[in-house]
Design a protein around this ligand. Structure first.
Ligand code: 4NP
Length: 162
């Protein structure tokens, strides 16, 4: 049932570079693990500059290259998200500060740095928006892949210990 689903929201500053990649990769990872029905997944921005826009073409190209389907458009985080979602992931320390500032009292969601689940220990998913090439997008993809698997293993272990 949909209300039993675990809910994960991926956040970055603009919702056109990093969090769409994280969202798409996380969705693909749960699908491949046969857990697609167990998760509701979305992404959103801290800022409102790109609301309604598709991801940056470099993000779309990177996802296409790795066969990650993606068709969402940018939206800004709203207060209700903090009550709706179980997990809200930021990409860098600045995202985490902004999330903490916006979180209402009694916030249900766990606010987590996505990179804390990277088995390689690369904690920050750097903002590639102002880069002159797409290397940072490929790197974001690779980090998102490791972090998605790392986080899902973490959740599995938590479930086993209950
Ligand atoms: P993102 O990258 O947070 O990874 O989506 C950015 C996109 C746009 C802007 C900043 C970062 N901007 O300032 O418009």
């Amino acid at each position: 049932m949909s209300n039993n689903k675990k809910k994960a929201l991926f956040i970055c500053l603009g919702n056109i570079c990093r969090s769409p990649i994280a969202e798409g990769v996380f969705q693909k990872t749960v699908n491949e693990m046969g857990l697609g029905d167990e998760w509701d997944i979305d992404s959103a921005a801290i800022g409102g500059w790109h609301v309604g826009n598709p991801p940056d073409t470099r993000a779309l190209d990177t996802m296409k290259k790795h066969n990650v389907p993606y068709s969402n458009h940018a939206r800004q985080i709203i207060t209700e998200d903090f009550q709706q979602y179980d997990y809200i992931f930021g990409m860098d320390e600045s995202n985490m500060k902004d999330l903490s500032k916006r979180a209402p009292k009694g916030c249900k969601a766990k606010l987590l740095l996505f990179g804390d689940f990277d088995p390689k220990g690369e904690r920050i998913i750097r903002d590639p928006y102002y880069d002159s090439d797409s290397k940072g997008f490929e790197k974001c993809y690779q980090q998102s892949l490791r972090c998605s698997k790392g986080f899902l293993e973490h959740v599995q272990k938590e479930n086993e210990s209950v």
